[in-house]
Design a protein around this ligand. Structure first.
Ligand SMILES: C[S@@+](CC[C@H](N)C(=O)[O-])C[C@H]1O[C@@H](n2cnc3c(N)ncnc32)[C@H](O)[C@@H]1O
Length: 460
């Protein structure tokens, strides 16, 4: 049996041995095992057998041969690799060819790398860009790469933007990433969110978690049309984007809704709110990150399957809706999450770490919550998870549709700060009454309930 130790020994003794060992192997698995365990190649390595494997009929063998040729550091015959590239059909092998040529870091290979920029596979183009970016401050390379900022592929555009254009972008944000304005800390404003946000500075909040009003499904949410409803949410999340700090998250809880039929001769209408809202968010600079499904017990939701249970006729199937979505977005940035995390001190990072027992899948089984005053409130457990997983202690959490204030109370309990807006006076007052019961102790940032006028005065 061929072992790693045996391959290492043969490699050190001379390559004729490896070539003959490979010749004795009949099955592809063993050939790949040898190729995958060759490790670093010594200076006197004779790669001839690797070049003959470029014609092997199994793509994984060709890929491993290309990979090893790439390790020959400047001595590999890139023309053989290029010849293979021209007729290779396997995308993995094609990418490995570009990677191997790029890894040589040879000026003489630049023209080959330029030609890969014309490839129709964006992964090949990205690989070629990677190979070219090692030639720092090379004007010729820049002339080939910079125009790709207008490339039709989004990945290509993003890489080039980050490399050449992002650094030139100026930010007018004056506050350090982990900090925010005092006049927003633990504040609830009783007004239309769009009016309030006019007075909130750019990049001042760390996380938004919200459940928007459901289109015409409750008395507090009446819109002239579905399009008007989407346009309203579009504006709210555009403004939310403006006030969100770089690279931070927005989590929107929605689900498809049903508007009952007008009469027996009409059908009810279903609106896919999460799916219709998504394109607006992405268009406005929210990068889609995850879809989390909130799963409720079947007994807790409206029964829609009753009719079908009776008639059992296909097409009339209407399952009970026991899920809602938590759509997770990040404010688009070329910066990695690490950049966000590094803006906190070690103590905050340590103290914000999520304890054992966290949810590992994107299906969160949580009982809904019912309330005598507000008909659509978040369960505290749902808020807890979102706030713990997507914010650090001391962060400012925003809910544009505050309702009964669950996001605010949970944020406070988790040592975060909050900023809420709520249009309806009855829910605003309800929040106040709930707050009175809670604030027994003197707080560093006591909760303040303000009218729009009062809030405007605090911002001056
Ligand atoms: C689904 S409820 C949110 C409930 C909240 N998550 C909770 O746990 O209590 C949506 C809320 O948005 C409020 N709302 C609707 N339009 C608004 C607007 N233009 N500005 C501020 N609040 C608004 C409604 O009055 C309602 O209380």
């Amino acid at each position: 049996m061929v072992t790693k130790e045996c391959i290492t020994k043969l490699k050190q003794r001379g390559n004729g041995d490896i070539a003959s060992l490979l010749n004795t192997q009949r099955d592809v698995g063993s050939i790949n095992y040898i190729l995958e365990n060759l490790g670093q190649l010594p200076d006197n390595f004779n790669p001839d057998f690797l070049y003959s494997l470029l014609n092997h009929n199994h793509p994984q063998v060709r890929l491993n041969a290309v990979k090893n040729i790439g390790k020959l550091n400047g001595k590999s015959d890139v023309n053989s690799l290029y010849a293979l590239y021209l007729h290779e059909t396997d995308t993995g092998v094609r990418r490995e060819i570009v990677s191997s040529i790029g890894r040589q870091r040879q000026h003489k290979n630049k023209s080959l790398l330029y030609s890969f920029l014309e490839d129709s596979d964006p992964k090949i183009i990205c690989q070629a860009i990677r190979g070219l970016l090692v030639f720092e401050n090379d004007k010729e390379v820049e002339t080939h790469l910079k125009p790709l900022v207008n490339h039709e592929n989004e990945m290509v555009r993003t890489v080039i933007y980050k490399e050449y254009f992002a650094k030139e972008k100026k930010t007018n944000n004056v506050l350090p990433h982990a900090e925010t304005y005092d006049f927003l800390k633990n504040v609830v404003v009783n007004a239309d969110v769009l009016e309030v946000l006019k007075y909130v500075p750019d990049e001042s909040i760390h996380l938004t978690f919200t459940s928007p009003p459901y289109y015409n499904a409750r008395d507090y949410s009446i819109y002239p049309s579905y399009q008007a409803y989407l346009d309203f949410l579009d504006k709210v999340f555009q403004e939310t984007h403006r006030i969100t700090k770089e690279g931070r998250f927005l989590i929107v809880n929605t689900s498809p809704i049903i508007i009952p039929r007008v009469s027996r001769s009409h059908s009810s209408k279903r609106y896919g709110i999460p799916f219709d809202l998504h394109p607006y968010l992405v268009k406005n600079g929210w990068e889609f990150i995850d879809d989390i499904v909130w799963l409720k017990p079947e007994a807790s939701v409206k029964n829609r399957i009753g009719g079908f249970m009776q008639h059992r006729k296909p097409l009339g199937y209407k399952p009970n809706s026991i899920t809602e979505y938590l759509m997770v977005y990040r404010k688009s940035t070329e910066k990695l999450l690490d950049w966000n995390i590094r803006s906190y001190n070690n103590k905050t990072v340590e103290e914000s770490k999520v304890m054992d027992g966290y949810e590992t899948s994107n299906v969160w089984k949580i009982d809904p919550c019912f309330d005598k005053v507000h008909s659509a409130i978040f369960p505290v457990e749902l808020c807890k998870r979102v706030i713990q997983y997507y914010s650090y202690k001391g962060d400012l959490i925003f809910d544009p549709f505050g309702g009964s204030g669950t996001v605010g109370r949970t944020a406070k309990a988790l040592e975060r700060l909050f900023f809420l807006t709520e249009q309806e006076p009855k829910y605003f007052e309800y929040m106040q009454s709930k707050q009175k019961m809670q604030s027994v102790f003197r707080e560093h940032h006591p909760t303040t309930f303000l009218t729009l006028e009062q809030f405007k005065n605090t911002t001056r």
